[in-house]
Design a binder for this molecule. Structure first.
Ligand SMILES: Cc1cc2nc3c(=O)[nH]c(=O)nc-3n(C[C@H](O)[C@H](O)[C@H](O)COP(=O)(O)OP(=O)(O)OC[C@H]3O[C@@H](n4cnc5c(N)ncnc54)[C@H](O)[C@@H]3O)c2cc1C
Length: 529
């Protein structure tokens, strides 16, 4: 598959805009996707000047954040001959991308062709994405997204190339796997999981000469003659890194910022820890300080979820509890609430436990029920989507025991505590009552959990996986200001860069795929300037 440059994609996008969204949207797309004009320069107040700031080091491109988007941007740029500095708060690359489910959406990939999947391409992915977004948000969704729809187009056109690019760089990917509801297999899964790819990419960054500055936090963007030219790092004695071609903000979103989340969430929801505690929104604030426009902040952004070794439990929690009749216990093996509580509320109860974790307990009768055993799960190592029964067969995902004590021991739950709790629970369930917590729906387990082998999934904990809140960008990943004009010298990738197009990130693998893709594209684009 041809590796497109951003400029090529822009031209293609104008045409696709007309095809998929009608002439009106295409015209709006033209406005958003046009390159920055020289008149954009000079709108920003200078925060420094060549005479007032002594640069500590300079490079063609300075990237803040060496996570998913940042490391791809760095690799693409360095391989195209650019000098690159990466400022990363952590001590290694990867960011949220090393913690995620590892699914990458991509259409028209070599892996699809090898699997005999013919005819899938970016246009088909865009068509299906638009259809699912319209089903979720209404028929005027594309019109609502307006100019920013070119980001959805860019993602759909280029995600497949990103998968091929990762494979070419030695990243182990399996699949493709078909997401329920999608017409074709498009999910490409990192193997054995998402923690592996940084150790493949980081040596290549080092070999390509990328200057990786770990344990260093970007704090401020310096503007000179209306152009973002430099990044200052945190602290009174922070360093100044000058970017001759552009600064790329790849700092994720605001998921670890309780203050930001408090703007729309309750205190308890805001207190839930983010999976990636370093994505604290400083990058978004840095961009706002030089005039960047942020997207609307809605409840989709940075929502807490129940997470465990089997991925995002919120998706199947209510099936396992209400229809099946599993129970939820703490580390002492004690129940602490009615399992009929909706997952959005239950995660806050879990988060309020002393060690902020709980364990899902069920038995063979539940596991063997067709509704449960065929429940699609995204976390099947080696294939992606697969039935719950397959997940149960994978080491480290579910604990088993022929007795309650045995399964408790394996999962790190107090064996005596759990055995006593289940004995009491079973007696109450058989009588159809729950004097402790008022559970009314026991699912199919009307006599409680009685059939070995018993199972535990855990620990289960509340977390904020992603932010999906950020700044508006053009399809060259140039950051836009509040007037919709390009901020010269400033680019952004990943979860912090999408404008109103953020809703396409909701699909499985969409956020991760966008971060990888936007990073790869902005890196090669800046290197070509
Ligand atoms: C548990 C979990 C499950 C997920 N599951 C899915 C899924 O199923 N599907 C999906 O599509 N997506 C999923 N995601 C989201 C996906 O991983 C992210 O959307 C994507 O990796 C974001 O990439 P990014 O480059 O924007 O941010 P990141 O990869 O997080 O990179 C940001 C980097 O910036 C650094 N940083 C932050 N601030 C600064 C600063 N001021 N200075 C220097 N460095 C800074 C951080 O340390 C980090 O390395 C999941 C995420 C998590 C955590």
């Amino acid at each position: 598959m041809e590796q497109n440059s951003l400029q090529q994609v822009s031209r293609r996008n104008f045409m696709k805009g007309a095809l998929v969204a009608g002439a009106a949207t295409a015209a709006m797309g033209l406005a958003a996707c046009s390159p920055s004009s020289p008149s954009d320069a000079g709108n920003l107040a200078d925060t420094g000047s060549a005479s007032s700031v002594d640069w500590d080091q300079e490079a063609d491109i300075v990237i803040v954040g060496g996570g998913t988007g940042g490391s791809c941007a760095a690799l693409a740029a360095a391989e195209a001959g650019a000098s690159v500095i990466v400022i990363e708060a952590n001590n290694s690359i990867g960011g949220s991308g090393a913690l995620c489910g590892g699914a990458i959406v991509g259409a028209g990939t070599k892996m699809q062709a090898e699997a005999g999947i013919e005819g899938d391409n970016g246009d088909a992915l865009l068509r299906d994405t638009q259809a699912s977004l319209e089903a979720m948000f209404g028929p005027d969704h594309v019109e609502h997204v307006g100019d920013d729809w070119c980001i959805t187009e860019l993602h759909c056109a280029e995600a497949g190339n990103t998968v091929d690019w990762l494979v070419e760089h030695g990243v182990d990917i399996v699949g493709p796997s078909q997401q329920p509801g999608q017409p074709v297999a498009r999910l490409h899964m990192l193997y054995p999981d998402a923690s592996a790819w940084p150790s493949v990419i980081q040596p290549q960054l080092e070999e390509a000469g990328v200057d990786l500055k770990f344990n260093t936090k970007g704090a401020e963007l310096i503007v000179e003659s209306g152009r973002v030219v430099d990044v200052k790092t945190e602290g009174a004695s922070g360093s100044y890194y000058k970017a001759n071609k552009g600064v790329v903000m790849a700092t994720g979103s605001i998921e670890a910022s309780k203050e930001w989340r408090k703007k729309i969430y309750t205190l308890a929801q805001s207190n839930v820890e983010a999976s990636n505690k370093l994505n604290d929104g400083t990058g978004i604030r840095m961009m706002c300080k030089v005039g960047a426009d942020t997207t609307e902040y809605t409840a989709m952004a940075a929502a807490p979820a129940l997470f465990c070794t089997a991925g995002n439990a919120s998706h199947w929690y209510e099936l396992l509890m209400n229809q099946m009749g599993a129970i939820l216990v703490d580390s002492q093996g004690k129940r602490f609430a009615s399992e009929n509580t909706p997952s959005g509320e239950m995660l806050l109860t879990v988060d309020a436990l002393t060690d902020r974790q709980a364990f899902l307990v069920y038995d063979a009768a539940i596991a063997e029920t067709p509704e449960m055993s065929t429940q699609p799960m995204l976390t099947i190592r080696g294939s992606g989507y697969g039935p719950f029964s397959e997940l149960e067969g994978q080491e480290g995902k579910v604990f088993f025991g022929d007795t309650i004590e045995e399964v408790a021991e394996a999962a790190g739950v107090d064996p005596a505590g759990l055995a006593a709790e289940i004995e009491k629970y079973n007696a109450n369930a058989a009588a159809g009552s729950d004097p402790d917590f008022g559970r009314t729906n026991f699912g199919i387990a009307t006599a409680g959990l009685t059939k070995p082998p018993y199972r535990i999934i855990g620990p289960v904990y509340a977390t904020v996986m992603s932010g999906a809140f950020g700044v508006g960008v053009t399809d060259k990943l140039e950051v836009l200001d509040t007037l919709g004009e390009v901020i010269p010298g400033l680019y952004a990738t990943g979860e912090g860069a999408h404008g109103l197009a953020k809703d396409f990130l909701t699909g499985a693998g969409g956020k991760f795929s966008w971060a990888l893709t936007s990073g790869r594209l902005v890196g090669s684009y800046l290197a070509s300037l």
